[in-house]
Design a protein around this ligand. Structure first.
Ligand SMILES: [Zn+2]
Length: 210
């Protein structure tokens, strides 16, 4: 039987102490833009760990709309943990829905939120909404003024990440708000012990009817 997952709001969030994914099972994203690389010069942990399968869904979703030249977007679902006093998030999955998109914008319907999560099919995790992703086909990874408004309006917690992907330039980067200002966020792709990181499976985000 399939049941909807529990999507927790940030309010009652209990942040557990947890070891982040082991270093040998993490890598910086292969599409990281040049200007982001200085953040990755040390071997310090990341603020966000993106599960390999979720990463593939985001990338394939963006790539699937390269031909029509449309933006895509969706939500990052996962967990918030702390380790030695430092908070980090783990993105386990992503979800999307039908979008009204153009090459420079994608419509974000707050009313769609509830039904979106109601209809999610996986019940194995108690997910927290930890951010959102969207694409900038051909114009690089940054947060536009509209994106910043979205971030401030809906994703203003420290653990909220805005993941941006450019499927044409082949770039992916992450951002967050820090004291009301946008800054880049270090994120690493990780995989579970039983997964072969080089196995090129093709996955797409779930399409949810609303
Ligand atoms: Zn944007």
């Amino acid at each position: 039987m399939k049941r909807a997952p529990v999507i927790l709001g940030g309010k009652d969030l209990e942040v557990e102490e947890m070891l982040p994914p082991a270093e040998e099972r993490t890598l910086p994203h292969k599409w990281l833009p040049k200007e982001a690389t200085s953040l990755y010069a040390d071997s310090k942990g990341a603020e966000m760990y993106l599960f390999k399968t979720a990463e593939e869904k985001v990338r394939n979703h963006a790539l699937s709309q390269v031909k029509p030249g449309l933006e895509v977007m969706g939500f990052l679902l996962g967990e918030v943990f702390t380790h030695e006093g430092v908070e980090y998030t783990v993105v386990r999955d992503v979800a999307t829905t039908d979008l009204e998109a153009t090459s420079v914008s994608v419509r974000f319907d707050p009313e769609g939120f509830e039904s979106l999560f109601d209809s999610l099919e996986c019940a194995r995790f108690r997910y927290v909404l930890v951010g959102w992703y969207h694409s900038h086909p051909g114009h690089g990874c940054f947060l536009s003024s509209t994106d910043i408004s979205t971030q401030k309006g809906m994703f203003d917690r420290a653990y909220h990440t805005a993941l941006v992907v450019d499927p044409i330039r082949k770039e992916m980067d992450a951002f967050c708000l820090s004291n009301g200002e946008v800054r880049r966020r270090k994120f690493l792709v990780y995989w579970d012990e039983f997964q072969n990181p080089y196995y090129g499976e093709s996955v797409r985000p779930r399409k949810i009817r609303m």
